[in-house]
Design a protein around this ligand. Sequence first.
Ligand SMILES: Nc1nc2c(ncn2[C@@H]2O[C@H](COP(=O)(O)OP(=O)(O)O)[C@@H](O)[C@H]2O)c(=O)[nH]1
Ligand SMILES: [Mg+2]
Length: 321
Amino acid sequence: MNRRGDIGALLERFGRGEVAAAARLISVLEDGGDEAERVLDAIFPGTGGAWRIGFTGPPGAGKSSLVHRVTGRMRARGHRIGIIAVDPTSPFTGGALLGDRIRMQSLSADPEVFVRSLASRGSLGGISNCTDETADLLDAFGKDIVLIETVGVGQSELEIAEKAHTVVVVLVPESGDGIQAMKAGLMEIGDVFVMNKADHEQAVGAAAELEETLRLKDVPDGAWVPRVVLASAREDTGIEDLVAVMVEHRRHLEERGLMEKMRRRILRARVRNAIMDRMERRLRESPSVRAVLERRMEAVYRGEASPYRVVRELEELVTIR
Ligand SMILES: Nc1nc2c(ncn2[C@@H]2O[C@H](COP(=O)(O)OP(=O)(O)O)[C@@H](O)[C@H]2O)c(=O)[nH]1
Ligand SMILES: [Mg+2]
């Protein structure tokens, strides 16, 4: 019996489509450990159907507002939506929290929209540790679109490219965001760029500038050419265009078999990361490895053994058959 409740019973209720069970299972995933793995083992066969879309960009650019608008349009097209919002608890975005909550609550009134916020990985992380797992759960729950909004701070932001089929980068005209974005590597990962706050007068110029910058990028023949859309989440303009371009991107991927290719690449990266995590934990927790380290570090300090020699000695302790 987990403190979240009996996992078997939760999974059964999840299978019947109970929202409360899905929410509890996400908490189990957040707790991590064996029970989280049990949940993932159980739901994994039901995953792979969802279109995963990342929304990234600087704090305050309007990601949450756009996610809200896009969700409305996608619902009108009959999609079932899961939203993962990395909780903006960092000092950069603290003020946005209340607004987010209110917006999100209005979405939650729709039973076909499931909203979940996740704690971010700390000040460096624009992404939560269990973003992939939560996306899996929503996918298995029958959501055919999973929107992932990152906090917009730090390098880990770019990891969204390993988690989403379509990456939407949200920028605003006023703050030299284009240049910032380029520096931060966002230019590399965006499939669709939204110049939000089109109600500001500099927006048209900023969008044109951004288009210029993007044109400098080398795009291989036949590859997707990143697109710029002008929108205002506040005034609800340009949202149809944004959705249309997102759908076009998805079609581009599908027609070339790239959704499947991407799915495989994402899964490979996840297996690789899982191996690393597991191996690292086992090494860290192993008493014999610890004992060797304690003993041999003295020799390293004295210059009698190189770090590599200690690693070789450790390798002799560890057998991977
Ligand atoms: N003028 C204007 N303000 C907007 C627009 N979209 C969002 N905002 C405002 O910008 C602030 C940040 O929006 P939010 O969606 O929380 O940004 P996030 O931090 O990227 O998720 C909020 O006060 C919004 O009301 C827009 O199109 N025009
Ligand atoms: Mg937000």
